[in-house]
Design a protein around this ligand. Structure first.
Ligand code: ZN
Length: 383
């Protein structure tokens, strides 16, 4: 018979919850919210909505066991990236140990495991030494406004588990990012007399060259033991309007990944100053503009959330060595903005997230449910 957690995951895959940022026709998270509310009513759990955008609400599930001073948060997002060219993305298909579907891995598998764990724990409250909150959030895939709205409640949370695909590895550190645009300004002229103009694309070549020659080697030289080196990548370039006009404007968008210890605001400021200082003398007229800042995660490995997760993993004979990741998650916001020790832990591989063929290992999903249950039971327990 199919396990309860896989039944829930199949239900979640059948519900389209593409983030409207990627597809304006997409319906967002509304239907999943209604599903979770129904689920909670039947399980005897209390669920409340928190409006974030019109028609797009977070759902908060609370399991109070008489430990208001010790609250453990589980968090997983409800939105997915676009359906893309995945065949039948909303039809869960099982094949061998794999369950296919959009969101199967990122991150409906974690959400299903958390819901299933809460459904179990509602009848096992005596086994808990903490209160539990599950936040099913909106908009992680775009600008994590769901989690940011949740943080406004300022709940006294002592530790947090963020559900993202880590192959059940205990991620205590990950990178953050600084996304910014650079615009160069030249002077338009007829392309038959290019010397009368100032080519903004040629100016931008100097900027990109500066990243390759000076910035990249500098970044490679600094290494975080769990996350590796910071990186820089130019993702978009736009410039010029017509083949016979010397372009007066060129713009790039750049993704600079930061490691624990780097502060996103300071990195942004330094990049702006460094480009001005080094490229103005080369005749480059440029402006930088911040697009998105996100913190890196660096949770102390002796914090209670890490130790509880390790004890839980040991009980299930799973790997319990703290590890790092190159991608970002909601966990860094919990840590950076509220000082909440947070880990990322969930079934599935980040390689299948956002991919044309998204799937998750069913064995991992079932283990994730057990791992979350044991972690909750360990948290706050005096050893
Ligand atoms: Zn995700």
């Amino acid at each position: 018979m199919k396990s309860r957690v896989l039944q829930i995951l199949e239900d979640l895959i059948r519900i389209e919850s593409v983030n409207p940022h990627f597809d304006q026709q997409a319906s967002g998270e509304g239907e999943i919210v209604r599903y979770i509310e129904r689920f909670c009513r039947e399980a005897g759990l209390s669920a409340a909505r928190q409006p974030v955008f019109p028609g797009r609400d977070n759902v908060l599930i609370e399991l109070k066991t008489g430990h208001p001073d010790r609250v453990l948060l589980f968090e997983a997002h409800m939105d997915t990236v676009s359906l893309g060219s995945m065949p039948d993305p909303l039809v869960p298909v099982m094949s061998g140990d794999r369950l296919y579907g959009r969101g199967a891995c990122d991150t409906k598998a974690s959400l299903a495991a958390m819901l299933s764990a809460f459904e179990y724990l509602v009848h096992q409250q005596d086994s808990l030494s903490c209160d539990l909150v599950l936040c099913a959030s909106v908009d992680e895939e775009h600008a994590y406004r769901g989690l940011m709205a949740f943080l406004e409640f300022d709940l006294p949370i002592s530790g947090a588990v963020v559900g993202e695909p880590t192959n059940l590895e205990l991620v205590v550190a990950h990178k953050g990012c600084v996304r910014f645009a650079v615009e160069t300004h030249g002077k338009a002229a007829h392309s038959s007399v290019p010397h009368q103009g100032d080519n903004a694309i040629k100016q931008m070549c100097k900027v990109i060259d500066y990243f390759s020659r000076i910035v990249e080697p500098k970044l490679s030289a600094s290494v975080h033991p769990l996350c590796g080196s910071p990186t820089i990548s130019v993702g978009i370039i736009q410039g010029g309007s017509q083949i016979n006009i010397v372009p007066e404007r060129c713009r790039i968008e750049v993704d600079r990944r930061i490691i624990p210890g780097e502060d996103p605001e300071r990195v942004m400021e330094e990049i702006g100053n460094e480009l001005q200082t080094n490229l103005s003398p080369l005749g480059v007229s440029l402006q930088t503009r911040e697009l998105l800042l996100d913190w890196a995660l660096n949770t102390p490995i002796d914090s209670e959330i890490v130790l509880s997760a390790q004890r839980a993993a040991e009980q299930l004979s799973l790997n319990c060595v703290p590890s790092g990741a190159t991608y970002g998650s909601d966990a860094s916001k919990l840590q950076a903005l509220k000082g909440i020790p947070s880990i990322v832990l969930g079934p599935g591989s980040i390689h299948q997230a956002h991919s044309v063929e998204e799937w998750v290992s069913m064995k991992e999903v079932e283990l994730a449910e057990k791992l979350y249950i044991r972690l909750a039971q360990q948290f706050g327990k005096r050893s």
